[in-house]
Design a protein. Sequence first.
Length: 216
Amino acid sequence: MDKSEYERLERMYVYERGLFEEGCASIAGVDEVGRGSLAGPVVACAVILPKDCFIENVNDSKKLSSKKRVDLTSLIKERAADIAFGMVMPAEIDAINILNASLKAMEMAVDSLKMKPDAVLADGNRGLTFNGRNLSIVKGDQKSLSIASASIIAKVFRDSLMRAYDKLFPGYDLSQNKGYGVKKHIEAIKAIGHCPIHRMSFLKNILNKNENGNDE
């Protein structure tokens, strides 16, 4: 690892180092993916890394290629002390709204850890329900190694899930768009309708325009 990469990782370790210095023995980073998707669940991952665990190239998952995310997922899983997931399905997203669903998925991930952390670092600006040190960090996947690690694993997990859904519900190109509202996906919804994993609360405008004949 060269000096510039080590220094970058050190900058992403400020929150963890501060919590360790306060006496925390284990720290979980948690993040969710799929919040803006039209289809599929919102998936969260919680990761506990050992102290001073620097894994080269760990970063915000959105800044990494698909191959790099997969490679890093293997490395993180090898070195992590614990990893767990939380998932909220489309019907519940429609019922409780995407913000509450995202928070619930992250809390589920933390609750599912075998090793109970002393502190939790969560991406976003809303604190989780957790009996311990609990920090929410805006753009945390860019500022915390633990959160970035969680974002990478969650992204790889959800992408794999959406590829499986593509085989169950063909025609929407889910393996490529992962459920997000790209042009081809929206055109497919207008042409063949929705499927069981679409979030109906996200499709209101698309479906209303289609029903009214004003989809151009």
